[in-house]
Design a protein around this ligand. Structure first.
Ligand SMILES: [Zn+2]
Ligand SMILES: [Zn+2]
Length: 250
């Protein structure tokens, strides 16, 4: 029905024009005018260390620009079968710039950052062929949710689930409270996270391909532990996407 579509398009455009007139879109980080709500301005965008090719085909670890390892390059860890998940993607590197955006997003209520962050995460998955059945934001312990008021991973996961056209799962996995992991090393983090997740609803996990969403990946211990309990509950594949990740020499 072309007339109906044209009318809908006109209404959408007019609404967008009016909204932009009443509430002009501004960069969430610096306040500069931008054309799309939630989008970063060009200057702030270029500050981030976005992960592009070449990178590990499995875990998304960025490689030096001149490294040519063929059409499906793997980092040494993935080549040795040590990847924590079936596939991992990250929009950018965890550095001073992403940390400066992440801290207020996570701890000071800057939930509007979720728009540009989730868009960047969807962009980071543009070259993957996975088809998850469900999107599962990494759960927060109830005590943390009580103090923070929101789970930042849920805010990031909503637009991602919409982009894949699959449901969000907010209830199948429970996370027990553990004191802060602080600056512990990889082995201590893995030990600290062991056993914190419990699958409450195995019927919703069994036979599913699950896309985990989190804000940051440091050692990957959280993803590995979640994968362990999800696979034990019958999941067939577990993928992960984060806004930023630490990149250490491997
Ligand atoms: Zn800006
Ligand atoms: Zn890798």
């Amino acid at each position: 029905m072309p007339n109906k579509n044209a009318a809908r398009r006109f209404i959408n455009n007019a609404t967008r024009f009016l909204m932009n007139f009443l509430f002009p879109a501004s960069c969430p980080l610096c306040g500069t005018r931008v054309s799309v709500h939630g989008e970063l301005c060009a200057e702030c965008w270029t500050e981030f260390n976005w992960i592009c090719n070449p990178k590990c085909a499995k875990c998304g670890y960025p490689f030096p620009a001149n490294l040519d390892l063929g059409p499906r390059p793997l980092c040494p860890r993935c080549a040795a079968g040590e990847c924590g998940l079936d596939l991992i993607r990250s929009a950018c590197v965890y550095d001073d710039v992403s940390r400066a955006a992440m801290l207020p997003f996570k701890h000071a209520g800057r939930i509007k950052y979720s728009l540009f962050m989730s868009r960047a995460m969807i962009w980071a998955m543009r070259d993957v062929t996975i088809s998850p059945d469900v999107v599962l934001p990494v759960p927060l312990a109830y005590r943390r949710l009580f103090h923070r008021g929101y789970n930042q991973a849920v805010l990031l996961a909503r637009p991602i689930a919409r982009a894949f056209g699959v449901p969000l799962d907010l209830s199948s996995v429970h996370r027990a409270y553990r004191p802060d992991m602080g600056h512990k090393n990889a082995a201590q983090r893995a030990e600290n996270i062991h056993g914190v997740f419990t699958v409450k609803n195995p019927d919703k996990i069994r036979g599913r391909r699950i896309l985990l969403v989190d804000d940051v990946m440091t050692t990957g211990a959280t993803f590995s532990e979640l994968r362990r309990v999800l696979m034990a509950a019958g999941a067939v594949a577990v993928y992960g996407v984060v806004f930023c990740r630490t990149v250490r020499a491997i």
